[in-house]
Design a protein. Structure first.
Length: 198
């Protein structure tokens, strides 16, 4: 069995276990612990197999970007895990008491991702993974370049708006805007490119 096949099997099993546990178990510390461990396992596997996944040498700067974002995501998962365990309802939710902290963390994540987004190598595991972005490398590049451009303004607007509006609405609108605009733009690009190739 190839290393890449084993990586896919491990990631598929951990993802399925996370889904099943998320739907079946009641909200408890045990569920959060299991989900956190499975997420960490997935991210560690991705990190260890980074150069094989993106089909580039270990010293390639794009592999370093992939590994950096993967480790950054691992840090965010661990932070969410700690926040969930420390909250009374075992969830990471935005309340009036913590909305500046949560929106601030979301904004920091977006800005960090923005800086590295255009450098993410074409892959199926990390980045804006949509049917059209994982089929065409040029579409992938367009989508991630646009994410890079949008991230700073959206993150700053989100943070400022969190002082005046409900944190949940600010967070949802900010994340949806951050994802939907590059998704639609990259789909239009892919569709036009596909028509041009036929």
């Amino acid at each position: 069995m190839k290393k890449n096949d084993l990586t896919r099997i491990i990631l598929l099993i951990t993802s399925l276990l996370m889904l099943v546990i998320g739907f079946v178990m009641s909200k408890s510390n045990i569920e959060i612990l299991i989900l956190g461990i499975l997420a960490i396992i997935s991210l560690v596997v991705l990190d260890r197999q980074a150069s094989d996944i993106v089909k580039l040498s270990k010293n390639n700067p794009k592999v370093k970007t992939f590994r950096f974002l993967n480790m950054f995501t691992l840090l965010i998962v661990v932070l969410c895990f700690i926040l969930a365990l420390s909250s009374s309802d075992n969830q990471v939710s935005i309340t009036e008491d913590n909305k500046i902290l949560i929106i601030g963390l979301m904004s920091a994540f977006m800005m960090t991702f923005a800086n590295s987004s255009p450098k993410i190598p074409f892959n199926r595991y990390l980045g804006l993974r949509l049917p059209w972005t994982i089929r065409d490398e040029e579409t992938w590049k367009i989508a991630h370049r646009l994410i890079g451009y949008l991230s700073f303004p959206i993150a700053i607007i989100m943070f400022i708006m969190s002082f005046f509006f409900d944190g949940n609405i600010v967070g949802i609108v900010g994340i949806l805007t951050w994802v939907i605009i590059p998704s639609i733009h990259s789909y239009i690009f892919y569709y036009k490119r596909l028509k041009g190739l036929n």
